[in-house]
Design a protein around this ligand. Structure first.
Ligand SMILES: [Zn+2]
Length: 113
């Protein structure tokens, strides 16, 4: 389950941040997850519960910002929200588009104490 490895890398980031601020725990963490990041939210929530035990994130409030996917058409330069990868451009129907948003998977902010 790759969601668990994602949670473990978030735990690593949080621990490094806590150490560098002489903090012992994280009170709040905000994550950004793009709709094309390949994260299945039910699996992620399950992995989170298991993965944060006995870590600085154990009691942290978790806020997830879901980032919708956006693409730019290579043919007509139209920008549009993409429901899934390889959607055609709604303006001209072309499939050649560049993903400009939606692959995010990152820690946006952390509050430590
Ligand atoms: Zn187009």
């Amino acid at each position: 389950m790759h969601e668990l490895s994602i949670v473990m890398s978030v735990v690593d980031i949080a621990r490094d941040q806590a150490i560098s601020h002489n903090a012992s725990k994280v009170d709040k963490i905000e994550l950004e997850i793009g709709s094309l990041a390949g994260v299945e939210m039910a699996a992620f929530t399950f992995a989170w519960k298991a993965g944060v035990q006995n870590t600085v994130l154990e009691k942290a409030e978790r806020i997830i910002h879901h980032i919708p996917a956006r693409a730019k058409c290579m043919s007509c330069q139209h920008e549009f929200e993409m429901m899934e990868l390889y959607s055609p451009c709604p303006n001209c129907g072309d499939y050649f588009n560049e993903v400009i948003q939606g692959r995010e998977l990152r820690v946006k902010s952390l509050i430590v104490s």
